[in-house]
Design a protein around this ligand. Structure first.
Ligand code: SAM
Length: 281
């Protein structure tokens, strides 16, 4: 690191409750020369609330590359800069990736001021396994692409975490039923740290029915967590060996059915593996 260069601080801001902005975040935002923000009006309110008068500069998904060059120059001149997003941790489904890459490539210090992140806060209260998880962010707004992505995840064994906008929450859960089945356990966390914070914890079909029956509950911000697929009782190599033998003698459907009986695995999971094995030939 070159000593005369400034530092880029990646500062997490609250996802609802302003009390979640840390003392260290406030101090950093007061002391830096410039704060890069997604939206000056939105962040202006937060900064005003904490009496932070540091100048802001917009950095959003449409100007990030070009703006990163400008910020890089300022850091090289020894200025300290903080990056915040509208809510939570920058770069997590938010801008900042190009800036951080450019800054690190130039051997300039990047340091985090950690705090709220909706995905992690939701996971921490979900009751789903948290030792291993995958963060999928927002699914595509296009149904076909969304379904393909969900299909590809149906055998994922780790807890899956998604973000979703309120106007798509019902469609998303409907597509999840198609991909994961009605009985998959899910947790839908709504309006974390806010007045109407709610956690729905049930089978997919039950949570979907509940949200459909109460349209008001479809408003707000959502994190959707899906329980991972069940682990098969035998190791993958052994399951594949059994399936290959069965596929020589019977149809994909029968092979899946019989292997489910032999291994204790789920028929739909085994059916997919059988299909893959058949395609490999
Ligand atoms: N960077 C943010 C973070 O660290 O969580 C996420 C930004 S992303 C553009 C916004 C999405 O995060 C929302 O659509 C919602 O899925 C989720 N989110 C943000 N705040 C939330 C809250 N208070 N409760 C539930 N979900 C929230």
């Amino acid at each position: 690191m070159t000593p005369n260069f400034g530092t880029l601080y990646i500062v997490a801001t609250p996802i609802g409750n302003l009390g979640d902005l840390s003392q260290r975040a406030i101090k950093t935002l007061q002391q830096v020369d410039l704060i890069a923000v997604e939206d000056t009006r939105h962040s202006g309110k937060l900064l005003h609330h904490f009496n932070i008068q540091t100048p802001m500069i917009p950095l959003h998904e449409y100007n990030e590359r070009e703006r990163s060059d400008k910020l890089l120059e300022q850091l090289k001149q020894g200025k300290n800069i903080a990056l915040i997003s509208d809510a939570g941790t920058p770069l997590i489904s938010d801008p900042g990736f190009h800036l951080v890459c450019a800054v690190r490539k130039n051997d300039i210090k990047v340091t985090p001021i950690p705090g709220a992140c909706a995905a992690i806060a939701a996971l921490s209260v979900s009751g789903l396994p948290s030792d291993q998880f995958v963060f999928e962010g927002f699914l595509s707004s296009k149904r076909i692409t969304r379904l393909k992505c969900l299909e590809a995840l149906k055998n994922e064994m780790r807890t899956m975490i998604f973000y979703e906008a309120p106007h798509r929450i019902v469609n998303m859960l409907e597509d999840m039923v198609s991909a994961f089945g009605e009985d998959r356990q899910i947790v839908v966390v709504r309006e974390l740290t806010k007045l109407y914070e709610t956690v729905y914890d049930d089978k997919l079909s039950a949570v979907l029915a509940c949200l459909k029956a109460h349209p008001k509950q479809q408003a707000g911000e959502f994190v959707v967590l899906v329980s991972g697929a069940e682990k098969m009782s035998m190791d993958d190599a052994e399951v594949e060996r059994i399936l290959k033998i069965l596929l020589e003698e019977c149809s994909t459907n029968q092979a899946a059915k019989l292997s489910a009986k032999i291994t204790g695995g789920k028929k739909n999971v085994l059916y997919d593996i059988a299909l893959r094995l058949k395609n490999i030939g």
